[in-house]
Design a protein around this ligand. Structure first.
Ligand SMILES: [Zn+2]
Length: 360
């Protein structure tokens, strides 16, 4: 295992890795940032590429690539090793489980959600409903490149599609259930599902994978099929899980973070479609709140990249209430916030589809 760790460490560029989470600026031969682990106004957090280490002169924390990701994501050494090994392309052959450390479910859940994402993608591009769904997405203005970039997919109708797909790959029902992909039967009396305790949560829906800051899929937001009943549950989402916490998630951040740092500004919108449309229109520094109003945890994440927020929420009463609440949280956290007013009744995706110069 030590050989694996050394191998992974030697292949990971610590500046790039830390730079995925916080905004670094060059300072001599090192890199400097506002410390993500304590509150400060002037940067005392340093990263050394040469020594492959980081240190904060403010709070005294420091370490290597592993300890940084452990502290940042609040996960254990084993999970970080698996994440970084995958990133570095190091197969963990010598890595055996059960040397005293408690085995964690998280890496398994990441694998389950990655497999599910690929399966939904395959169903979108190669499945029976391909033409209908692609036509809908293209009519909403999305290019094929954008659809692939955000990894949109299609969950066909049926009670046990993803369940059986994952069981065939040796995942147990309780593991699949913990990923949020299944619903427990109890509350449902449908005779078709009486023989199993669980069934697919997402059926006949367009799938939007929700990814964490490094791009791992942690959950899904799923839109009702075109022509379906939009009044009831137009979107349903993965419930709170070991991986997915909506109050700590910003949709699109893994694709937006570099541009947010570069422009020193983030554009905050309400929905997934708004993010996708804005990225496609040439504004990749756009992310969405995954609930109604911005939370303190989301602000903490944004502050790693920028202190400047432009908020373009939906121009309906719910959107404007959320904007007001969010603006207050921003001001409490010393962020510079501006509210962008769109035409009445519109959301960002509508505005961009009609005329992207107005959005610009
Ligand atoms: Zn610090």
């Amino acid at each position: 295992m030590n050989a694996d760790v050394e191998e992974v460490k030697s292949r990971i560029n610590i500046v790039e890795l830390v730079g995925e989470y916080i905004r670094l600026t060059k300072a001599g031969s090192n890199w400097r940032a506002l410390c993500p682990f304590h509150n400060e106004k002037s940067p005392s957090f340093m990263v050394s590429e040469e020594r492959r280490s980081w240190h904060c002169f403010g709070c005294g924390k420091g370490g290597d690539a592993f300890s940084f990701v452990m502290d940042m994501e609040g996960i254990g050494f084993r999970e970080v090793l698996e994440q970084l090994a995958q990133k570095a392309g190091v197969p963990l052959k010598r890595f055996k489980k059960g040397d005293g450390e408690q085995e964690s479910l998280k890496p398994k859940l990441f694998n389950i959600l990655e497999l599910a994402t690929k399966w939904y993608e395959k169903n979108l591009w190669e499945g029976k409903e391909r033409d209908k769904i692609l036509q809908y997405l293209r009519e909403r203005g999305l290019t094929d490149g954008t659809i692939r970039k955000f990894r949109l997919g299609w969950a066909p109708d049926g009670w046990r599609n993803i369940l059986e797909f994952l069981q065939k790959r040796d995942y147990k029902i309780n593991e699949i259930a913990k990923s949020g992909l299944l619903v427990e039967k109890e509350a449902n009396n449908n005779s078709q599902v009486q023989n199993s305790g669980h069934y697919d949560r997402f059926r006949g829906r367009i799938m939007f994978p929700i990814q964490d800051v490094v791009g791992w899929v942690i959950g899904f937001s799923a839109r009702v099929a075109p022509g379906g009943d939009e009044k009831n549950a137009k979107y349903i989402n993965t419930p709170q899980s070991e991986l997915y916490d909506k109050s700590k998630t910003l949709y699109g951040l893994h694709l937006a973070k570099a541009e947010i740092k570069k422009k020193d500004e983030v554009v905050l919108v309400e929905g997934n479609m708004d993010v996708i449309a804005s990225h496609q229109a040439g504004f990749p520094n756009t992310v969405a709140v995954s609930g109604t109003a911005l939370t303190h945890d989301q602000i903490k994440i944004i502050k790693r990249y920028t202190e400047n927020i432009k908020m373009a929420f939906d121009m309906d009463s719910a959107g404007q209430v959320a904007a007001k609440k969010s603006a207050r949280v921003c001001l409490e956290n010393d962020l510079n916030v501006r509210i962008v007013l769109l035409s009445s009744g519109k959301d960002a995706a509508d505005v961009i589809r009609e005329n992207k110069e107005i959005w610009e």
